[in-house]
Design a protein around this ligand. Structure first.
Ligand SMILES: Nc1ncnc2c1ncn2[C@@H]1O[C@H](COP(=O)(O)OP(=O)(O)OP(=O)(O)O)[C@@H](O)[C@H]1O
Length: 292
């Protein structure tokens, strides 16, 4: 039986004149990897900070692991892992000292040496935090996020600044944690990352959930048609947008009587969906209000 890890209804938050969240609803099941996508200023960080209990909301119901983050106590906090957008580790300590030190804050921490291995920092155990590269520091941030053996891990743009190899290694780490049953909520600007990792995702735009579902559902619901490309020996490159690409290819086969020159079928990507939704809904809720 699955239980709900996060339930949000009608969440609203203003910063002075700026409406950051304008009625967000979210349902995240235990054990799920849930991605939050959206353009700059859409309200992703504000949402995550409210789920973490680090930001007050104006109105709305928020339930995270059975409690309201606004009033939950230490026990609840020890069940949540947070990977901050800004580095949180003290610069003068070594990697080993830092992870061991943070483990003491939790009632039932994971083994610090195992966690160092999990994030791939074994070779750096004796390096001072200040001597780590950006990507290595981020791994340390993840280590500190999981050292308390959290049921729910909240990550705000975890791979910003990673090189492509580090990003793939980080994805492996997230998959490992997910396989262990950790519920994971992450915000990201990388559509490929959302597609790779997320069981379900929400696109937030202008302080509202513009769309929600599995990556495949979103592609089906909001994606454009498939495009069949081929090269006509007389006229050159041709393309046709169609909901029935197989039929188009069958017609081309009859026409060319054999191999179709330059045949390529492009399916809608999550990027198409994202661009369509964020174009449709704009950036912040305040932008929307100004535009009205
Ligand atoms: N502390 C703050 N004070 C005033 N306005 C804020 C504050 N934090 C966020 N905002 C505003 O609220 C809106 C939502 O910001 P938020 O950081 O939640 O967006 P985001 O989706 O995480 O953006 P990004 O992708 O750029 O990180 C923005 O218009 C932002 O300028």
């Amino acid at each position: 039986m699955t239980h709900q890890a996060v339930r949000v209804r009608g969440l609203r938050k203003r910063y002075g004149a700026i409406t950051a969240l304008d009625g967000v609803d979210l349902d995240i099941q235990q054990g799920e990897v849930f991605g939050i996508l959206g353009p700059n200023g859409a309200g992703k960080s504000t949402t995550v900070e409210i789920l973490q209990g680090h930001r007050d909301r104006d109105t709305g119901d928020v339930n995270v692991l059975g409690q309201d983050p606004g009033s939950a106590g230490r026990d609840w906090r020890s069940r949540i892992g947070i990977v901050w957008q800004d580095e949180s580790a003290p610069a003068e300590l070594t990697v080993e000292e830092t992870v061991h030190h943070f483990a003491r804050y939790y009632p039932r921490p994971r083994d610090p040496d195992e966690v160092i291995a999990l994030v791939g920092l074994e070779a750096k155990v004796r390096s001072r935090v200040k001597a780590l590269s950006g990507g290595q520091r981020r791994r340390l941030d993840v280590a500190l996020g999981v050292i308390g053996d959290p049921e729910l891990l909240l990550l705000d743009e975890p791979t910003t600044g990673f090189d492509p190899v580090a990003r793939r290694q980080f994805w492996e780490l997230i998959r490992k944690l997910a396989a262990e049953g950790t519920t994971i909520v992450l915000t990201t600007h990388y559509l490929e990352e959302a597609e790779e990792l997320a069981d379900r995702l929400a696109v937030i735009a202008a302080g509202r959930v513009a769309a929600e579902g599995t990556p495949a559902e979103l592609r089906d619901r909001y994606g454009s048609l498939a495009t069949v490309h081929w090269t006509d020996p007389g006229t050159g490159p041709c393309s046709e947008e169609t909901a029935t690409p197989t039929r188009t290819v069958a017609a081309l086969m009859r026409r060319f009587d054999g191999e179709i020159p330059g045949l390529r079928i492009a399916r809608p990507t999550l990027e198409d969906v994202y661009l369509r939704l964020s174009g449709q809904f704009g950036g912040t809720a305040a932008d929307e209000e100004n535009a009205r």
